[in-house]
Design a binder for this molecule. Structure first.
Ligand SMILES: [Zn+2]
Length: 414
C-alpha cells in the first residue's frame, strides 16, 4: 500500500458507475460517503469505503494521511484554457469598466491580436516560464488536469512554438496537460483581406504537420459569423480528424452560428461557450452526446449573457464547467469561482456544479474513464478541502479552500 486517506469527513466520489458522463438528475448525485477512507497503490485507487470497514492493521503508519475534518473530492479538470500566452490586458479591463466597447478597444490596439503580437515576440522559453507559473497556481487551486490551446500564434512558426511549449510543459510538470491546436482562433492581421488563404494555410500546412508530429490531441475552431463560418469550421475539423485530432468548437458565443449543430454532426467531443445556443442546437447536442462546456467566468468578466445551463441540463446535455483562463476574457483559473458563478448566475445546484467541474469535464477531454471521479481503478487525482461540507465550496467564495492535492497518488503540499 502506498497511500491511505483516512477519517475523511465527507468523500465525494462523483461515482459514474462506469458511465462516460452524468446527465440530468444524475448530475446531482455525488456518491457521498461520510467518515470514509481511500486506499491508493502507486497511481491508482484500489479501495473506497467507510472507516468502519477498513482494516487499519494492514496499513503502514508512514502511508497514512489523516483527513479528519476534510472534504475529499476528485481533482478539478479544467477542460478549456488558453493558459500559455504573453503579456496582459488589464488596460482593456479598465476601459470596459469606463464604458468602452469591444470595437473601441480593438481600435486602440487591444483584443486577441494584441496578445498575438506579444506571443510572436516572446521566446518559447519565456512562454514556458509564464506557463509554469500559472500551472503551479492551478494546482494550488485544486486543478489536476488542464487543457491548453494554441491560437495566439496564427502562423506556422508561432503556432508550433506554442504547441511545443505546451507539450514540453506536459513532460516536465506534475499537472496533466492536454494540448489543443486552435489555429482558427482569429484571422491574423496579414491575412485580413485574404481569409480563404488563411483557412488553406491551416488545412494544408498546419494541420498535416501538427497531426503527423502528434503535437495536439484536439483541434478547436472559433465558429462565429465574421470569424470562421460553420462551413470553414467543418472543412478545418474534417481535415484535422483525418490527421488524428479530435474536434472541439468555440460555438454560439456571440451569436447563434450553427456551431452546436456542426459539433453534433461531426461527433465533436465538446462544444464550448453556448451563450447563444438555440433550442435546435440544444437538441442536437443532447442527441449526439456532445459535452457542453460552459464558461461562466467569461460572461461574468465581460458582462455578457450566460449560457442557458438549466435548459441544457434538462434536455440531457452532459454539462461541464471550465475557466477559459486567458488574458482577455477571463483572467481567473479558479474552478471553485466558476462554480460559484454557475450557481448564482446560471442556477446550477452545488452538486451539478461539482459534477460539471470533475467527471463531465474529464469527458470533455475524452478522459473520464481515467479521471474525474474517485472509483476503483481510476487515477488517484484528489483534493483535500478545508471546509465543513461540500456546499461550502461554491458558497464561501473568493477563498482557496484547498488544503492538499494528491496527484498521481503523491501528496503535494500546496
Ligand atoms: Zn476559449
Amino acid at each position: 500500500m502506498n497511500l491511505a486517506l483516512i477519517n475523511i469527513r465527507q468523500l465525494l466520489t462523483v461515482s459514474s458507475g462506469g458511465r462516460r458522463v452524468k446527465t440530468g438528475e444524475a448530475m446531482r448525485d455525488l456518491g457521498i460517503i461520510e467518515n470514509a477512507a481511500v486506499l491508493i497503490e502507486k497511481e491508482t485507487i484500489t479501495w473506497i469505503g467507510r472507516m468502519e470497514d477498513l482494516s487499519m492493521g494492514s496499513l503502514k503508519e508512514s502511508d497514512v494521511l489523516d483527513c479528519i475534518d476534510k472534504v475529499v473530492m476528485p481533482g478539478f479538470v479544467d477542460a478549456h484554457t488558453h493558459l500559455v500566452f504573453a503579456g496582459s490586458r488589464e488596460k482593456e479591463f479598465a476601459m470596459r469598466s469606463a464604458g468602452s466597447t469591444y470595437q473601441e478597444i480593438a481600435a486602440h490596439g487591444g483584443g486577441i491580436l494584441s496578445t498575438v503580437a506579444q506571443v510572436r515576440e516572446a521566446s518559447k522559453k519565456d512562454l514556458k516560464k509564464s506557463g509554469r507559473k500559472w500551472l503551479n497556481a492551478l494546482l494550488r487551486h485544486g486543478t489536476t488536469t488542464v487543457e491548453i490551446k494554441s491560437g495566439y500564434g496564427l502562423d506556422m512558426t508561432n503556432e508550433l512554438k506554442l504547441l511545443e511549449a505546451i507539450n514540453e510543459l506536459s513532460e516536465e510538470e506534475v499537472i496533466s496537460i492536454v494540448p489543443t491546436f486552435l489555429g482558427a482562433h482569429a484571422y491574423p492581421a496579414e491575412y485580413k483581406n485574404r481569409k480563404e488563404e488563411y483557412v488553406r494555410e491551416i488545412t494544408d500546412r498546419m494541420v498535416p504537420y501538427i497531426g503527423s508530429k502528434k503535437l495536439a490531441t484536439f483541434c478547436d475552431v472559433f465558429c462565429e459569423e465574421g470569424y470562421f463560418s460553420a462551413a470553414d469550421c467543418k472543412h478545418i475539423l474534417t481535415h484535422a480528424k483525418h490527421f488524428g485530432m479530435l474536434p472541439k468548437l468555440h460555438a454560439e458565443e456571440l451569436s447563434a452560428s450553427g456551431g452546436a449543430e456542426l459539433a453534433a454532426s461531426l461527433g465533436a467531443v465538446s462544444a464550448d461557450h453556448l451563450e447563444h445556443i438555440t433550442d435546435e442546437g440544444i437538441d442536437a447536442l443532447a442527441r449526439a452526446g456532445v459535452v457542453g462546456v460552459l464558461l461562466p467566468g467569461v460572461s461574468f468578466f465581460l458582462n455578457h449573457a450566460y449560457a442557458p445551463a438549466r435548459d441544457l441540463i434538462e434536455a440531457g446535455v452532459p454539462v461541464a464547467l471550465a475557466t477559459d483562463f486567458n488574458p482577455g476574457s477571463c483572467m481567473s483559473y479558479s474552478m471553485p469561482l466558476m462554480m460559484t458563478i454557475a450557481c448564482t448566475q446560471m442556477k446550477l445546484s452545488p452538486e451539478e456544479a461539482i459534477t460539471a467541474a470533475t467527471l463531465n469535464a474529464a469527458a470533455a477531454l475524452n478522459l473520464s474513464q481515467e479521471i474525474g471521479s474517485i472509483e476503483i481503478g481510476k487515477k488517484a487525482d484528489l483534493v483535500l478541502l478545508d471546509i465543513p461540507n461540500y456546499a461550502f465550496l461554491p458558497y464561501h467564495f473568493g477563498e482557496n479552500h484547498v488544503d492538499k492535492v494528491v496527484k498521481n497518488g503523491v501528496v503535494l503540499e500546496v
